[in-house]
Ligand binder design. Structure first.
Ligand code: F0G
Length: 461
């Protein structure tokens, strides 16, 4: 009797041509490394890491086409032909009129915040991102969260947890007046909410409302193609549209964008500011030479811009996104089979484990997510990241922000790891879950002033 096949597996739309060998470590080695790193996974040496899920930022595997374009980089100080290739790709795939390159996303956030924000301004957004909010604050603005409540609930299965609550926005406009709001900052596939998308329907409503009030929309388009994939999969009316077309439609509903090309665009470094606005472009051209470099390289090598141009094109391919988001889904499903509490629905760039539910016996002051990330590393050499109270930092008045979400992020680099790696990750997390009651919290013993999660140090209680 021939065996009946109940499901057809999918696999990545690429094969490997080169591999990077990894060091295997023992538990005593990892315990020592973790202690020396102050129980902060950012402070580990990557050599001591087996599977590195710290971030999906700059950790992508480039394609052979990107590497070959890399070799053709024009390293001229000014007017590099590589810049024009990148500009052409940005116009073609994202539709923005003007482009100013920056060394990475936060370089663009700095320029944009300085240009558009005045002291006392209010910047509403669909949840904060660390560097984005800090640049808004440094420019004199105050960030206000206007994401729907479901985004702060790890158990809510809302398909578009990146959506804006228009009532929240309206309350901000009523309280402060539209003149105090230079723009609304809209992230596609909201990182801190767990890689959750915004729907086109919501974005269209937001566009209508903001246009009526003369408020711009600035798009944090770091993971726009992943968001577009979710729209294709989940939003009525989009099943037959390509990721490429959906990306263009999203961008067309906004006035400008900051981009960290280190994510979606499949490169290891780079970013840009894009805008349709003549004034913003003129100002950005003035500022970029102060902070980043000439307007045709903005802190990037010509070869980086070549790789970005090719990466953008590859990122909007439907098959690429199906495998990319599919791998994240696979890891999430395995975690759920083991009963590990994760943010649902499964997001686009990683799995976010709910550390409050994982370690309910720890108070938020005992840094449950930081603790869990260190335990997982010690178990298997898998490096993850805290996205909870440590990442949230302190308010301008010095108090901790106490975010609802206390998460450990397992971020999947694009095109880097196999499904077998994902199995190792899920099994390690399950092992730590089985002995969770024995895990003790931590205290912070060193706290830097800015973006403390990068360098803070901890000790076990
Ligand atoms: N916006 C979002 C949504 C991001 O996720 C990041 C970076 C940035 C802006 C800043 O871009 O790093 O190029 O300066 N996120 C990385 C992460 C660091 O690990 O989530 P950048």
């Amino acid at each position: 009797m021939p065996r009946k096949i109940e499901r057809r597996s999918w696999a990545e739309p690429y094969k490997m041509k080169m591999v990077e060998l990894l060091k295997m470590t023992t538990r005593p080695q990892r315990v020592k490394a973790m202690r020396e790193a102050g129980y902060n996974t950012f402070l580990l040496n990557s050599e001591d890491v087996y599977i590195d899920l710290l971030t999906d930022s700059g950790t992508n595997a480039m394609s052979d086409m990107q590497w070959s374009a890399f070799m053709t980089g024009d390293e001229s100080y000014s007017g590099s032909k590589s810049y024009f290739k990148m500009e052409k790709a940005i116009k073609q795939y994202y539709g923005y009129k003007y482009v100013v390159p920056t060394h990475q996303g936060r370089g663009a956030e700095n320029l944009l915040s300085q240009i558009l924000i005045k002291k006392g301004d209010i910047v509403p957004g669909n949840m904060y991102f660390t560097t984005t909010r800090l640049h808004q604050e440094l420019a004199g603005g105050t960030f206000v969260d206007i994401i729907i409540d479901e985004a702060h609930d790890p158990l809510s299965e809302h398909p578009f947890k990146g959506n804006v609550d228009l009532n929240k926005l309206e309350a901000v406009v009523k309280k402060h007046g539209a003149a105090k709001i230079p723009y609304v900052c809209i992230a596609t596939n909201v990182n801190m909410a767990g890689g959750q998308p915004i729907s086109l329907d919501n974005l269209k409503q937001l566009r209508k409302y903001t246009q009526e009030h003369g408020i711009k929309i600035i798009h944090d388009m770091t993971r726009v193609a992943e968001n577009a994939y979710f729209i294709q999969q989940r939003e009525p009316g989009y099943a037959n549209k390509s990721v490429k077309d959906i990306v263009l439609e999203i961008c067309s509903l906004t006035d400008g964008a900051t981009m960290s090309a280190k994510k979606d665009a499949l490169v290891n470094i780079g970013g840009f500011l894009a805008t349709n606005d003549d004034f913003v472009y003129e100002e950005a051209r003035n500022l970029v030479v102060v902070y980043e470099g000439m307007t045709t390289y903005g802190g990037l090598a010509g070869r980086d811009m070549e790789a970005i141009a090719v990466g953008i094109k590859e990122s909007v391919d439907d098959n690429h996104q199906a495998a990319r988001v599919g791998q994240v889904e696979y890891l999430g499903q395995r975690m759920m089979e083991f009963g590990v509490p994760i943010v649902k629905p499964i997001g686009g760039h990683g799995i976010f484990v709910d550390a409050k539910a994982f370690l309910p016996h720890l108070s938020q002051d005992q840094f449950p997510a930081q603790t869990l990330a260190s335990e997982i590393y010690m178990d298997s050499g898998v490096r993850t990241m805290e996205r909870g109270i440590v990442s949230a930092g302190r308010k301008p008045n010095g108090e901790h922000y106490y975010p609802n979400l206390e998460l450990v992020r397992f971020t999947i680099p694009r095109r880097v790891y196999t499904q077998a790696h994902m199995d190792v990750v899920a099994e390690s997390t399950a092992m730590v879950f089985d002995r969770r009651k024995k895990i003790k919290g931590m205290k912070m013993v060193y706290e830097p002033k800015y973006l403390r999660f990068f360098q803070a140090r901890f000790e076990k209680l």
